[in-house]
Design a protein around this ligand. Structure first.
Ligand code: HEC
Length: 376
């Protein structure tokens, strides 16, 4: 049996003539039809009985996958792999992920649409349809409406099909030979791959030449050459000629509350201990006290240093009634600013750490001067 042709093609003068012809052709037993029209014709898909393309579903699935993978990737980098607090915002600030999620969604969707269309539905590398070689193609892109009857399960009665087309008002009947369906040989692959390689090499060297060797237009030059102050350089912008300036008066670093009081007494009046007395705070205060303070003030705060007699300063006895009576802010000030031979701990201990030590000093004092109520 000779191989069935690609199909039998005829043209109709109007869109309506084409629509009217289809039922007649179907009635004659031809069901594998394809139409070629210069513009979309309403009702044609239903008349031909074409199924809705699966491309939309595929694109939707891949787009959703794109959105989810972009979110997971961003979430993982900013919460798990490289957590950086930016502007005091929570690590999982999903709002910031949206632009990238949108981009990746579009990327996945367009690539799926393009590649699935080419390779899945249009069956690349089958480049051309025999319809492109037909006489009718010139007219169907202009003012004629083509109808193609294709074989069903590889069988097509060419004469009956031609008759059906003529009887329903078609003209210029053509029989289109089946395309050469042999898969591309080694030569085709060689030519294709060497073509792609050559294109990559040429664009690669071309880009390198344009950017590195002959940079007439340096990339991103507006970031390199811009009005700005370099921290360690002289600059004429400010009167003192320094690029690096002190922050404006009154600037406070994030999370840092400057100590404005001028003396322990003033601090005692003004500052309120922000930390609640909880087991966790006391635990922390004890660890920090034993680490930083006990060497001079002893673990109980009695002021007996563990140091040799070479250490002549007299650390205060924190159990003395003076220090039991001073307000929390007073002790906080001494830890922050130091006193006499006692150094400042502002650089080693955060404000909260210092307050935790204050709470622990209070607990120490109470432990040595417990009232009967305390042990009930
Ligand atoms: C290097 C030894 C040393 C360390 C460590 C040390 N202090 Fe002192 N501390 C002193 C000395 C000495 C004084 C007495 C200073 C003075 O009166 O001139 C003092 C005084 C004090 C006073 C009384 C201040 C006043 O106004 O009379 C307090 C409260 C105090 N220290 C708390 C602490 C706390 C809390 C720590 C731990 C963060 C600590 N100190 C760590 C040596 C030390």
């Amino acid at each position: 049996m000779p191989e069935a042709p690609f199909g039998v093609l005829a043209v109709y003068p109007t869109a309506q003539a084409l629509l009217d012809a289809i039922p007649g052709i179907k009635a004659r037993g031809f069901s594998n039809l394809e139409a070629y029209t210069p513009f979309p014709v309403h009702g044609l898909e239903e008349a031909l009985g074409l199924k809705k393309s699966r491309l939309g579903t595929l694109v939707f699935i891949m787009a959703a996958l794109g959105a989810v993978s972009a979110f997971l990737f961003e979430w993982w980098t900013s919460v798990v792999d490289y957590p950086l607090v930016i502007g005091g915002k929570p690590l999982n600030s999903w709002q910031a992920f949206v632009p990238v999620m949108f981009e990746v969604t579009v990327l996945f969707a367009t690539f799926t649409a393009g590649l699935a269309m080419l390779f899945l539905f249009n069956k690349l590398p089958f480049f051309g349809s025999p319809i492109l070689g037909s006489k009718a193609i010139r007219r169907t892109t202009k003012d004629r409406f083509g109808l193609l009857i294709m074989p069903v399960e590889g069988v097509l009665d060419v004469e009956a099909a031609s008759a059906a087309l003529l009887e329903t008002g078609g003209s210029e009947v053509e029989v289109l030979a089946a395309p050469d369906s042999t898969p591309p040989g080694l030569g085709w692959w060689f030519k294709t791959l060497s073509g792609i390689t050559a294109a990559c090499v040429v664009t690669g060297f071309g880009t390198a030449w344009a950017i590195k060797i002959y940079p007439t237009i340096p990339p991103m030059v507006h970031m390199e050459v811009q009005p700005r102050l370099d921290a360690q350089k002289a600059d004429s912008f400010f009167a003192d000629g320094h690029g690096m300036q002190l922050p404006p008066v009154g600037t406070v670093a994030r999370g840092y509350m400057p100590l404005l009081a001028k003396s322990p007494e003033e601090a005692g009046k003004e500052l309120i201990n922000p930390l609640p007395v909880t087991p966790a705070v006391l635990q922390k205060g004890r660890d920090l006290f034993n680490y930083h303070c006990a060497v001079c003030h002893d673990r109980l705060g009695t002021g007996k240093p563990w140091l040799t007699s070479a250490y002549t300063a007299k650390p205060a006895n924190l159990q003395a009634s003076t220090y039991r009576k001073v307000p929390d802010g007073y002790i906080y000030y001494v830890i922050s600013e130091g006193k006499g031979a006692m150094p400042s701990y502002a650089a080693d201990l955060s404000a909260n750490d210092r307050w935790a030590i204050v709470d622990y000093v209070r607990a120490l004092q109470r432990s040595q001067h417990a009232k009967p109520e305390d042990v009930q």
